[in-house]
Design a protein around this ligand. Structure first.
Ligand SMILES: [Zn+2]
Length: 393
């Protein structure tokens, strides 16, 4: 037995416990960031936040040159460096993913060229949507490409643009959504715009590479790349969440001694899951959500992911943008931007019924219609904000 404190999630998993202890011990001896923040490795180790990494980024790099990573998914860049050979693990995981989904296909990428090598089958993600569609058609015509790789936020824009043009791209057979949190409503949207494409979803970050891959047999679940990463789902008090309860995603990389990340909170939310596919022997998580989608609070104190309510808004033709503020357990303000000048009574009735079903008969809703919903000071757009005094998420 080692003297290193082991998180609850890993205690009954010998491989995870051994690798966690090994990297913690190594970091305490060799890494200045952890000598500073992990003062006693025999006691519960603090979670490392993105803000801490940003504030002490040079200390975390420990003399290694930071790769100029800025992801398409975050406005808060973190500079990281991987030890030699670490990239090989990513190549292996990519191969694993392709194997799970039936083998390689000729592909194209619409990605941030700041972090991806530009070549004859890549396009910058900031390109106008008409340029993206022309690129996809050209790649198919010239190279026979049938597989498209991009970010969920870009795929969403692309789908909506195609549907507004009354167009579909049936020749695409596979769509890989990478890097950002993928909302379940994307499955429907992709099916409409790309009717013959199988969506592949990876949960990854520039700091950690592939974190989890969507199960090809049960698309609700994502199998964790547990051979290289330890993933914990923690509640606000730092305890491991049981399956079904959303919590912070906290990740430890076993194989990076450059910008080592131990118990690193990415800022995303997810739930532990047990995948019943019976074919992939890796632990699973589900309902991964970026922080911007938010959490609401039930009367019993439990948290719920806003994604389970958001379809009621998204599927409402009367509005084009929305935001939910929870001011008290049973009091909400719904901000919405009407689409034209619709009759809003049916919208309000549907939303009221949905909230009462979820939060109880005493639920009160106020509707506040505006021309546009402001972004937060940090530039992010929050679909749901829990603003109950004294409650922090
Ligand atoms: Zn599975």
């Amino acid at each position: 037995m080692s003297a290193v404190w082991i998180p609850e999630t890993f205690r009954d998993r010998p491989y995870a416990a051994a690798h966690f202890a090994r990297i913690v011990q190594w970091a305490q001896t060799h890494h200045p960031f952890y000598r500073r923040f992990h003062t006693d490795i025999t006691r519960p180790l603090p979670v490392i936040t993105r803000a801490m990494v940003q504030e002490h980024n040079d200390l975390l790099l420990n003399g290694h040159p930071g790769l100029g990573h800025t992801s398409g998914s975050t406005s808060m860049p973190v500079r990281v460096s991987w030890q030699p050979g670490r990239g090989t693990l990513e190549a292996e995981d990519t191969a694993r993913l392709i194997r799970w989904y039936g083998g390689p296909m000729v592909h194209m990428k619409i990605v941030a060229l700041a972090t991806h090598v530009a070549n004859d089958h890549t396009l910058e993600v900031d390109s106008p949507l008409d340029v993206q569609i022309a690129f996809i058609k050209d790649q198919h015509a010239r190279r026979g490409a049938v597989s498209l790789i991009s970010y969920p936020t870009n795929l969403e824009r692309l789908c909506r643009h195609l549907l507004e043009r009354g167009e579909t791209l049936p020749f695409i057979r596979r769509i890989t959504a990478m890097s950002e949190a993928y909302d379940e409503h994307m499955d429907d949207l992709l099916r409409q715009a790309f009717p013959n494409a199988v969506p592949i979803v990876t949960y990854s970050s520039v700091e950690l590479g592939m974190i989890a891959l969507r199960c090809p047999h049960n698309p609700d679940n994502y199998h964790i790349m547990a051979h290289k990463l330890g993933v914990e789902i923690l509640d606000a008090a730092g305890n491991a969440c049981p399956p079904g309860a959303p919590g912070q995603v906290v990740v430890t990389d076993y194989f990076n001694q450059h910008s080592t990340l131990i118990r690193y909170a990415l800022g995303d939310l997810a739930e532990n899951a047990v995948c019943d596919c019976g074919r992939i022997g890796l632990p699973a998580i589900t309902r991964i959500a970026g922080k911007m989608r938010g959490l609401l609070r039930r009367a019993d104190g439990s948290q719920m992911l806003f994604t389970s309510l958001s379809s009621s808004f998204r599927d409402s033709p009367e509005i084009r943008q929305f935001q939910v503020l929870q001011e008290q357990i049973h009091r909400f303000t719904i901000r919405a931007v009407p689409r034209g000048t619709p009759d809003l009574a049916p919208f309000e009735a549907r939303i009221r019924a949905r909230f009462i079903a979820e939060f109880g008969p005493e639920t009160q809703l106020a509707f506040n219609y505006m021309d546009s919903i402001p972004r937060s000071p940090g530039g992010k757009y929050f679909a749901a904000i829990c603003a109950i005094p004294g409650v922090t998420l």
